[in-house]
Ligand binder design. Structure first.
Ligand SMILES: NC(=O)c1ccc[n+]([C@@H]2O[C@H](COP(=O)([O-])OP(=O)(O)OC[C@H]3O[C@@H](n4cnc5c(N)ncnc54)[C@H](OP(=O)(O)O)[C@@H]3O)[C@@H](O)[C@H]2O)c1
Length: 315
């Protein structure tokens, strides 16, 4: 099925970091038939509600950006919540989308599906070659089940589902709740608050030496639309820069974007986590897509958004 700006596109999770960026990008490009439901309007863990919704709306394409998402603390403290909700949400949506004749389905996984000790950079082929990072294995197992379900439905029913594995994302609409957030939004919030209070220093956990990769969510949305139109195959595709920075470099970029002159202290008694997590983006590059928003520009733009949305950001 050809997807055009007149197609009916359901963006699941359209209020989240990824979903809101996908909606923004679709709207900017003239897509006028978006199908959207908030979590309150449609709980995707409820199978009969999800089936009824798909039978009534019959979207042409689905971007699957609804998930139970969180940082290490949330994953560690709510394992049942993470595995249950994600298995139910994606199982219900993939199955109902297939039953109602959806022509294209884009599933979003994550770089955390790969084994903890993967060689770097991480190729798609490393999936299921070793043990997962124990702190988020509940989430990762659910995501692996989701991408495998897409592959199984493609094989058995010819369901046109593709699965993308983005690296760490950031941008407008991110979660800045310190209990639940990822490293970049957490640094933005903590450094901003230190600046407002006039603190002399800020402390970052660990040695600052682990390396991480970050992709602006508007770049991911661009990749989603690009592959929605141009990629129809079973293999999963990593989405990222294929380049990383140390946590110290990241913290310095955040300090400079915020304009905070306090001292940066690294608390090396706290755990560092995996030394490096970088995606191999050869497949993405061969498919003809690359990101555009540099980390410096992206952090400045995200900080501007955070300040403008102090009353409605997820804090
Ligand atoms: N953020 C990252 O760094 C990152 C990196 C790689 C991949 N991804 C992938 O991108 C996808 C989206 O992540 P995100 O960062 O955009 O997460 P997010 O900001 O937390 O958004 C997830 C959305 O899903 C909705 N949702 C959760 N449970 C639901 C339910 N039972 N019924 C209906 N809606 C529900 C949430 O609504 P409520 O808030 O109202 O519950 C929220 O709008 C995930 O599959 C994730 O694996 C994210």
């Amino acid at each position: 099925m050809q997807i055009t700006p007149a197609s009916r596109i359901y963006v699941a999770g359209h209020r989240g970091l990824v979903g809101s960026a996908v909606v923004r990008t679709l709207q900017q490009r003239g897509y006028t038939h978006l199908v959207l439901r908030t979590h309150n309007e449609l709980d995707l863990t409820d199978q009969s509600d999800v089936r009824r919704f798909f039978e009534a709306e019959r979207p042409d394409a689905v971007i699957m950006a609804a998930a139970r998402v969180g940082g290490i603390h949330a994953n560690n403290s709510r394992p049942a919540w993470f595995i249950r909700d994600n298995l139910l949400i994606q199982g219900n949506v993939i199955d109902a989308a297939h039953r109602s004749g959806v022509g294209k389905f884009v599933f979003l996984g994550s770089s955390c599906v790969y084994p903890k000790l993967s060689p770097q950079p991480i190729k798609e082929d490393y999936l299921l070659t070793g043990p997962l990072e124990p702190t988020n294995e509940w989430y990762a197992i659910a995501k692996i089940a989701g991408l495998k379900m897409c592959q199984a439905y493609r094989r058995e029913f010819g369901f046109n589902a593709i699965s993308l594995m983005p690296t760490n994302l950031y941008g407008p609409g991110d979660n800045f709740d310190l209990q639940n957030s990822h490293v970049l939004p957490a640094l933005i919030r903590r450094f901003h608050e230190a600046k407002v209070r006039g603190d002399e220093s800020v402390t970052v956990w660990g040695t600052g030496t682990p390396r991480r990769e970050f992709l602006h969510v508007d770049d991911l949305a661009d990749a989603v639309l690009y592959l929605l139109h141009s990629y129809d195959a079973e293999p999963i595709v990593n989405i990222g820069w294929g380049q990383d920075v140390t946590i110290r470099e990241l913290a310095e970029l955040v300090l400079s974007a915020i304009g905070y002159s306090g001292r940066l202290i690294f608390d090396s008694t706290k755990p560092d986590g995996t030394p490096r997590k970088l995606l191999d983006v050869t497949r993405q590059t061969n498919l003809g897509w690359k990101p555009r928003i540099t980390l410096k520009d992206g952090i400045e733009q995200t900080y501007a958004w955070f300040k403008e949305h102090s009353d409605d950001a997820r804090l």
